[in-house]
Design a protein around this ligand. Sequence first.
Ligand SMILES: Nc1nc2c(ncn2[C@@H]2O[C@H](COP(=O)(O)OP(=O)(O)OP(=O)(O)O)[C@@H](O)[C@H]2O)c(=O)[nH]1
Ligand SMILES: [Mg+2]
Length: 469
Amino acid sequence: MEKHRRPEEQTKDISAADEDIITAAATAWGYGGISIVRLSGRGCTAALDALYLSKGGKKLSELPARYMSLGTLRTPDGETFDEVLAVRFEPGKSYTGEEAAEIHCHGGLAAAGRCIAELCALGARIAAPGEFTRRAFVNGRIDLTQAEAVAGIIKARSDEALAASARTLQGELTGEIKKLMAGFTELAAALEVDLDFPEDGEGFISDEECASRLRALSEESEKLCSRCRCGILLRDGLRAAIIGTPNVGKSSLLNALLERDRAIVAATPGTTRDSIEETFICGGLPVRIIDTAGIRDTDDEIEAIGVSRSLRSIKEADIVLRVIDGAEKTETYAMPQIEKPQIIVLNKSDLPCGTSAEEAEALFPGSPVIRVSAKDGSGIDELKELILKTAASGFDVSHGYSVSARQLECVMHAKEAADAALGALLTGAGDDAVLSCISEGTSQLAAMLGTDAGEELLDKIFGEFCVGK
Ligand SMILES: Nc1nc2c(ncn2[C@@H]2O[C@H](COP(=O)(O)OP(=O)(O)OP(=O)(O)O)[C@@H](O)[C@H]2O)c(=O)[nH]1
Ligand SMILES: [Mg+2]
């Protein structure tokens, strides 16, 4: 199978100049209907001319741009190795903004691998991860928010996450950032006039006007933060740990949430020993749900390890589902205090009531209580809604923006800069101090768009993309 090795494992020289021809499979490396090989860089059509000939006997360079033609791939010795579709793109009218081409080979590993190997023999090199998108960014076709949205689309696991990435890719977030940046720079300009002409009485902008504009900038930044946090949550999801004493129905609840029999359920207390993790989509949010061993004092060595894992999974969770057997009387509840959002799940509602919702509320003041039956499924949809409401409090999942943690930090810093500028203004620290905070806000927003992004940052961002994107 030597010749079927992933081509990017064979050669790697990403130190060459940006204008060289890069190539990679744009489709997943495996078995499938087609494999798309992508090429970008000046002269890539000419390189393909040495390999591709259309059924009508034309080279790709002789065919119109953005026109897909059927043809064959041949080695320089004349050996035909695949029947393909090929298309070329002119500079300025391609994904990367450069001269580019695509070859749609038959699927599987052999045809695309051979095509890439032949292209490399003709002078192309294997693209580094994310290099096509990086070129689109470097060529000014997209900004960093849009580039990172491309990664968001690939990672999206729900319609809502996809919509958040698509709206970011379409430039909606870019527009909002630019509007906010304009707010910061206009205010800075007004303050600078005052600094330059201090003798002009009242000044160009009053302190009240300046304070009100700074408050508005802070509010706008906060709204943007919230939409970015929502996008991150939609993409990365959250961890929810199911905890409780033995036999209350934790594994049954996991199965009910997943709508399949994943975990073993038995009447014997202490059934679950190891933690079980699975993911389900809850209102667009990927929820990593963890079923744990029932927490109790035990002499059994294996069960004790399970219990310590349960305690660890509470620490790692974003939200805790604390299950109680609603058919039993729950008087006191010896359990670790949890400093996280938690939902009290009163299970076995199909059986005669032993603990009422009011009693459970009294035991866990401040936590929402919900009655469910993991056995007959009642209350499970409501529990899912409650998980979404508790985890995404304050978010409207239909308004997220797909951003990276780095970008969220930039918006948060921009808000802090607006607050700091307001603080400087109110304490009379002087226009210079206010201006320096405002300028910090502007640079944080510029960093979101990637203006002046250094090579190191770009390496880090695009290094996380897949090869071929
Ligand atoms: N009637 C009824 N029985 C349930 C319900 N949920 C769980 N059970 C039963 O309760 C028993 C324990 O269920 P499990 O899901 O294994 O409980 P667990 O909390 O995971 O138990 P451990 O893993 O031992 O800690 C089984 O006999 C289940 O059939 C429910 O909603 N209604
Ligand atoms: Mg269990």
